[in-house]
Design a protein around this ligand. Structure first.
Ligand code: PLP
Length: 439
C-alpha cells in the first residue's frame, strides 16, 4: 500500500500542499516501535514461554496490520489533542481547556495570565505538593502559607483573610485528595480584595462544587494526569482551564507565543508576547503534549464517572467501618453541594483519645502490611523555602493546625483499585490498631 503523506503538522510546518512535500518531518513510529511500547505496557508475567509465544503473534499481526493500513502521521498537537480539549470543555462545562505537559505547567500558564510578577504575594495552603508554589518561588514572588482546616486539611479561608495584604496578587486553593476547599469563601475574599484565584485541582478532575466543576471556579484551574491520578495520560499530563477570555490565547501560552493566524510579512507566523491582567510577557516554555497521550486520556475520561463511583463507595465503606470507633475522625464525604473525586481517603486520629498518635498508628499499620499514601508535609519544612531566605520557623508558628495534623493526626489510605478482600483487610487492620491504641 502506498505510504500516506505526512499530514500537515502543527502550525510550525504548515507550508500548504506541494508536489514535492517538505520531507524534513520526523521519522514514523514503525511496527518495531509499536511492539516495544506493547512490551513495555504489558510486560511478561510468570509464564514466560506463553508470553513470548503470544508476543510473537502480536508482533506479526502488527506488521500485517501495517500492510493493510499506514502509520500515524501526526504525533503532537493534532486532532486528538483538540478532541480531548473539546470533551473536557463539555464534561466540565468550561469555556477553555488546554492540554499541557502536567498540572505544574498549567499553574505557570494561569499565574502568568494573572500578571504575577516578582515581589507580588501569593497565598497557598501550608499542606500541599511542592509544585503548587514552584512558579511563584522561581520568579521571586513572595509565598505566604495559610493554615489548614483541620477537618479537611484544605486551606482555611479565615487564615487567608488574616494574611491578605495590599500586595496579595493570587490565592492558590488546593483540592487535597479531590475534596473541595471552601471555594465560596475564597472567591468572596478574592473579589473583595481584587485578587486572582488559580485552583490547584491536580487531584480534582471530575469533582463538583455547588454545580460548578472543581477547578473551574476561579480565574484558572489546572488538573494533573500523572500516572498516580484517578485517570492519566500515559504517565504525565495536565489540563489548564478557564472561563475568562484569556483562554483564547491558551494555544500560544502552551507554545512559545507562536501565532500562525497572523503571520508577519514574508514569513509563516508571528511570535507574540501575551497580555493577561498585567504587562506583556514573553512565553518562555514549550508545554505541548502528544497525540498518544491525548488519546489515552480521552479513553480513560470515558470511565471517569465509574472510577469515581467505585472510589466513593469504597470511602463510604471505610467510613461505615470506622463509625463509632473512638479516636477515628470520620473522613469528609459527598454532600448535596460537594462531589469529591476520592483520589485519596483522608484518615485522621484524635490522639487525645488514644495512647499514641498518627506516627505510632502508621508504624503499626505498616507492620500489618497496609500501605499508606500520606500527602503531604507542610511546605515550610522543606529546605527550599529556607534556602530562598524564608523565615520558616515564623511561618510554622502561623500554621498551628498544619503542624498538629501533620505531626499527630493524618495520613491517607488507598481506595482504588482494591479488591473487596483488600479493602476489608485494611478496614479490619485499622480498627484493630486503633482499638489497641485506645486509652
Ligand atoms: C496537590 C498537587 N498539586 C500539583 C501537583 C503536580 O501535578 P503534575 O505532576 O501534573 O505537575 C500534584 C502532583 O501530584 C499534586 O499532588
Amino acid at each position: 500500500m502506498e505510504e500516506k503523506k505526512k499530514e500537515k503538522s502543527d502550525f510550525r510546518y504548515s507550508t500548504g500542499e506541494a508536489k514535492v512535500p517538505w520531507a524534513a518531518i520526523g521519522e514514523n513510529v514503525n511496527a518495531d516501535d509499536i511492539s516495544e511500547i506493547i512490551k513495555f505496557l504489558i510486560p511478561g508475567g510468570d509464564d514466560k514461554v506463553a508470553y513470548d509465544e503470544q508476543l510473537l503473534k502480536v508482533e506479526e499481526e502488527i506488521k500485517k496490520l501495517k500492510e493493510k493500513g499506514s502509520y500515524a502521521t501526526k504525533l503532537s498537537l493534532g486532532n486528538k489533542v483538540k478532541e480531548l480539549e473539546e470533551e473536557v470543555k463539555k464534561l466540565l462545562k468550561v469555556k477553555y481547556a488546554c492540554f499541557v505537559t502536567n498540572a505544574t505547567a498549567g499553574f505557570e500558564i494561569g499565574l502568568k495570565f494573572c500578571g504575577l510578577k516578582p515581589g507580588d504575594e501569593v497565598i497557598a495552603p501550608a499542606i500541599t505538593f511542592l509544585s503548587t508554589i514552584q512558579y511563584p518561588l522561581e520568579i521571586g514572588a513572595k509565598v505566604v502559607l495559610a493554615d489548614v482546616d483541620p477537618g479537611t486539611i484544605n486551606i482555611d479561608p479565615e487564615d487567608v483573610a488574616k494574611k491578605i495584604t495590599k500586595n496579595t496578587k493570587v490565592i492558590i486553593p488546593v483540592y487535597i485528595g479531590g475534596y473541595p476547599p471552601e471555594m465560596n469563601s475564597i472567591m468572596k475574599l478574592a473579589k473583595e480584595n481584587n485578587i486572582s484565584v488559580v485552583e490547584d485541582a491536580a487531584h480534582a478532575f471530575g469533582g463538583w462544587y455547588q454545580g460548578k466543576a472543581s477547578g473551574a471556579i476561579g480565574d484558572f484551574g489546572s488538573y494533573s494526569f500523572h500516572e498516580v491520578k484517578n485517570v492519566n495520560s500515559l504517565g504525565e499530563g495536565g489540563i489548564v482551564v478557564t472561563n475568562s477570555d484569556f483562554g483564547e490565547d491558551f494555544p500560544k501560552s502552551r507554545f512559545g507565543g507562536f501565532d500562525i493566524a497572523h503571520p508577519i510579512e514574508k514569513w509563516l507566523y508571528d511570535v507574540v508576547a501575551l497580555k493577561g491582567k498585567g504587562e506583556h510577557y514573553s512565553v518562555a516554555g514549550n508545554h505541548s503534549s502528544t497525540e498518544v497521550q491525548a488519546l489515552v486520556l480521552l479513553n480513560q475520561i470515558k470511565r471517569i464517572k465509574q472510577i469515581i463511583e467505585v472510589r466513593r463507595k469504597n470511602a463510604e465503606y471505610l467510613n461505615r467501618r470506622f463509625e463509632g470507633v473512638k479516636g477515628i475522625i470520620p473522613s469528609p464525604l459527598d454532600t448535596d453541594e460537594i462531589k469529591g473525586t476520592y483520589h485519596l481517603y483522608l484518615f485522621q486520629l484524635n490522639p487525645d483519645k488514644l495512647n499514641g498518635d498518627i506516627q505510632d498508628f502508621k508504624k503499626r499499620l505498616t507492620e500489618k502490611g497496609v500501605t499508606q499514601i500520606p500527602h503531604f508535609a507542610p511546605l515550610y519544612r522543606f529546605s527550599y523555602m529556607k534556602q530562598l531566605g524564608y523565615d520558616t520557623e515564623a511561618m510554622k508558628k502561623t500554621c498551628p493546625n498544619a503542624e498538629e495534623v501533620f505531626l499527630h493526626r493524618f495520613t491517607h489510605l488507598p481506595l482504588y483499585p482494591l479488591t473487596e478482600e483488600q479493602l476489608k483487610y485494611m478496614a479490619d487492620a485499622v480498627v484493630e490498631t486503633v482499638e489497641k491504641m485506645r486509652r
